[in-house]
Every structure is written in structure tokens, then in C-alpha cells.
Design a protein around this ligand. Structure first.
Ligand code: 13P
Length: 274
């Protein structure tokens, strides 16, 4: 982006009201749980943790088939509990067999959508360019985007993870204005080698990458943008390691897979949220 147009965008951007970033724990159920099991899980969690601090959010990213029943349960939930989807299409409607539009998600009170999960990149061929269109569609409809980035093992082993993640962010997100970034984007760093493997990134590895992402945000936009955007860690985060990971200064919570499928394992993670 040209320096002048970037400067204009920044100058037009209202300063954030405060620098207290949202702390977020999001459960990505992936393709798991029956509809009733999912509804019961949400109920049990809300009953056990009926109050969140004003800056805390818990997001249930359910399969599409669970959104209706989950949104019914969440209607009576205390503030801070939100419904999320795991994907969407970038077009508003049309001949896209098997796809779901952002407007359809809005009808089911979906607030947030996961975009760019490594499983979608890997199994469904979603490129940075393709994801950019989804990002634009979601921003135009006022959604929160849980944007996933993260490197495969081979890239980590050759110590090229910073370049790899920078490219994912640059090609799918950094065309947005500073205002859109602050209002809509949550970044989830999920190293692929840590997803579903039981191998968690060390606190040092997580903190280093999160700090790097924040430095990129500062360099590309402004310090206010880098301070305002929540950056979550994902990849074998569980009840045992969550508190330590969340204590890192640049880690604002987690995107949780396997451990989000049971109240016993998800609740301690919610409680570990700073
Ligand atoms: P696991 O927590 O099962 O490793 O999955 C992480 C993830 O992919 C969340 O999106």
C-alpha cells in the first residue's frame, strides 16, 4: 500500500477508547458433537461460569448444523458469550452448492467466524487471496473474524516461521483499514505442528510469534492498532497449559480444539483467561 493512502487511513482512524484488549477463549468444535450434545455443553458451561468480566469473551464455533440450537441456548446467556461459525462463503447468495453466506449466519445470530484455519487451507485449498475475499465480506457485514495463521513443521524447522506468518497476514488482512482491523479482526496463531498433536508451542515460542505479529501491526498500521488487536494461541492448548500460555504478555487467550468439546476441559481454560 502506498505510504500516503496508509497515512490517510490512519489519520481518519479514531483512537481506541482504551488499551484493554479483549481476552477471548474460543472453542472450535470442528466436525464433532451431536446437536443435543452441543447444546448441553453450552448450557453446562454457562451454568458453571455465569459471569464474565466485561473485557472477556467466550465464543462457541459450532458446525453449521448446530448454529440454530446453539443460538437458542445463547439467547439467555450472560453477556460475553457469543456464537461463532467455522467458515462462510464470500458471495452474498447464488449458485454455490453446499456453501453458507454471511447473511445466513447473521440470521442465526452468529457474531464471529473462523477464517483461514489450517485445515481449510490444507484440505480445501483455501489460499491467502481467496481468504481475503471472505475477510472483506465479513467486514462489510460487521462480523468479528477469528483469522488463523501459522506455519507447518518444515517451516519451523528451517526457522522461517516469521516470514511465513507475515505473508499470510499481508496477503489476506493488511489491505484493510486500521479501523476495520481494530473493529473486526482477532488473530489466532496456530502452529500446524501443534494442532491436535499434543505438542504445544512453548510459552517462549508463542510469546515470540505473538510479539512479532504485534510488531508487524505496528509497522503496517500504528501502535494503537498493535495494542488493540487480540492475538490468540491455538494448538494443543488445554486445562494444564492454558494459564501459563495466557500469562504471556502478548497472548490474549486461545482458540481451542479438542479441549473445547467437554465442559470439564473447557471450563478451566475459560477460567485461565486473564
Ligand atoms: P487442538 O486444540 O485440538 O490442538 O486444535 C486447535 C485448533 O485447531 C483450534 O482451531
Amino acid at each position: 500500500m502506498k505510504k500516503n493512502s496508509l497515512l490517510k487511513k490512519i489519520l481518519k482512524t479514531p483512537l481506541p477508547k482504551n488499551n484493554m484488549r479483549n481476552k477471548i477463549v474460543a472453542g472450535n468444535w470442528k466436525m464433532n458433537l451431536g446437536i443435543q450434545q452441543g447444546a448441553d455443553l453450552i448450557k453446562n458451561i454457562i451454568e458453571a461460569k455465569p459471569q464474565l468480566n466485561p473485557h472477556q469473551k467466550v465464543i462457541f464455533c459450532t458446525p453449521f448444523t448446530h448454529l440454530n440450537s446453539s443460538s437458542e441456548v445463547l439467547k439467555s446467556a450472560p453477556s460475553g458469550y457469543l456464537l461463532g461459525a467455522q467458515n462462510c462463503h464470500d458471495q452474498p447468495s447464488g449458485a454455490y452448492t453446499g456453501e453458507i453466506s454471511v447473511d445466513m449466519l447473521t440470521e442465526l445470530q452468529v457474531s464471529a467466524v473462523i477464517i483461514g484455519h489450517s485445515e481449510r487451507r490444507q484440505y480445501f485449498g483455501e489460499s491467502n487471496e481467496f481468504l481475503k475475499n471472505k475477510v472483506d465480506s465479513l467486514v462489510s457485514k460487521g462480523k468479528m473474524i477469528l483469522f488463523c495463521c501459522g506455519e507447518p513443521l518444515s517451516i519451523r524447522e528451517s526457522d522461517k516461521q516469521n516470514e511465513y506468518v507475515a505473508r499470510q497476514l499481508q496477503e489476506s488482512l493488511f489491505h484493510l483499514s486500521a479501523e476495520a482491523m481494530m473493529n473486526h479482526i482477532v488473530i489466532a496463531y496456530e502452529p500446524i505442528w501443534a494442532i491436535g498433536t499434543g505438542v504445544t508451542a512453548s510459552t517462549q515460542q508463542a510469546q515470540d510469534m505473538h510479539a512479532f505479529i504485534r510488531s508487524l501491526l505496528k509497522e503496517t498500521y500504528h501502535e494503537d492498532v498493535s495494542k488493540e488487536i487480540s492475538i490468540l494461541y491455538g494448538g494443543s492448548c488445554n486445562a494444564t497449559n492454558a494459564a501459563e500460555l495466557f500469562a504471556c504478555p502478548d497472548v490474549d487467550g486461545g482458540l481451542i480444539g479438542g479441549a473445547a468439546l467437554k465442559a470439564e476441559s473447557f471450563l478451566p481454560i475459560i477460567s485461565a483467561m486473564p
